[in-house]
Design a protein. Structure first.
Length: 279
């Protein structure tokens, strides 16, 4: 029996994916205000939970209540539910602007009795939005397949790892493997020590690479070690704007061997990065 096609073309889905991205940013200001800050910013991320793209439970310590906030992808609504039984559903089908969606989310939170100084600048945008349920379902199935494959690879790795997460800011899905070496990093005059690390991720595209792609980025990026290391067909080292490696999504579209090819890519970058990650 031939393998199922897990990565269909994304042509035509871009406007809906962009809408989902903006709505995730709008929803993300709530955990950003109420969840204790994580050193790696994991308090801001979404995770696949069944048929939902959900934030971690959001505590409201003053009220002794918790909020569950999720993009319910089968029903095409943003759902807010408290442990005390309050519920609000906000449709994503209506094509609200990001500002309108953010206003609706914050109004629901306020009705529940919770307020904060939310970072509205993260979502305020009055451009018209398109939301096609069929495109959203297609993209959701792709994300679930990527989540499954990433977790397959993740379980084969030894060492400290992050969960597989979706980041509202870039709407990319990724996880990180942390090495046992430490590197001093200086930013704005402040020095911080971080462990070496290797990411594996998927991006729907951004300004310097508008087409969707997979990436795997060792840090620090030691060019003399990495640029000569071979990668599987279709993948390459990438240094145009950021440094890492890239496997365009288009390379795997309609390919019955896409899952194995993605795993081979992840393993090849991991192997090339071993001397960076470990003593």
């Amino acid at each position: 029996m031939p393998s199922a096609i897990i990565f269909p073309p994304l042509a035509g889905a871009d406007p809906t994916v962009e809408t989902l991205h903006w709505y995730a940013r709008a929803a993300g200001v709530v955990p950003g205000a109420h969840i204790q800050k994580h050193a790696q910013w994991w308090h801001l991320t979404l995770k696949i939970n069944g048929d939902d793209l959900a934030f971690d439970n959001i505590p409201f310590a003053e009220e002794g209540d918790n909020l569950q906030l999720k993009l319910a992808m089968q029903d095409h609504v943003i759902t807010l539910t408290t442990e005390s039984g309050k519920v609000s559903h906000i449709s994503m089908r209506d094509g609200k602007t990001s500002t309108e969606m953010g206003d609706a989310i914050l109004a629901a939170v306020e009705r529940f009795g919770f307020t904060s100084d939310y970072e509205r600048s993260k979502f305020e945008d009055d451009a018209k939005r398109t939301y096609d349920p069929a495109s959203a379902q297609r993209y959701w199935k792709i994300l679930k397949n990527i989540d499954r494959i990433f977790n397959t690879h993740r379980t084969m790795l030894s060492g400290e790892k992050s969960p597989v997460q979706v980041w509202p800011h870039g709407f990319d899905m990724s996880f990180e493997l942390f090495g046992n070496q430490s590197v001093e990093y200086e930013s704005q005059g402040e020095k911080t020590t971080y462990p070496t690390q290797l990411s594996l991720g998927f991006s729907p595209g951004e300004a310097n690479h508008p087409q969707p792609y997979f990436y795997s980025n060792p840090w620090p990026f030691e060019e003399e070690v990495l640029l000569e290391a071979p990668l599987p067909e279709g993948a390459r080292w990438f240094t145009e704007g950021w440094k890492g490696s890239i496997l365009p999504y288009a390379e795997l579209v309609q390919d019955a061997d896409a899952e194995q090819r993605l795993l081979d890519y992840a393993r090849a970058v991991h192997e090339a990065s071993l001397t960076i990650l470990s003593n």
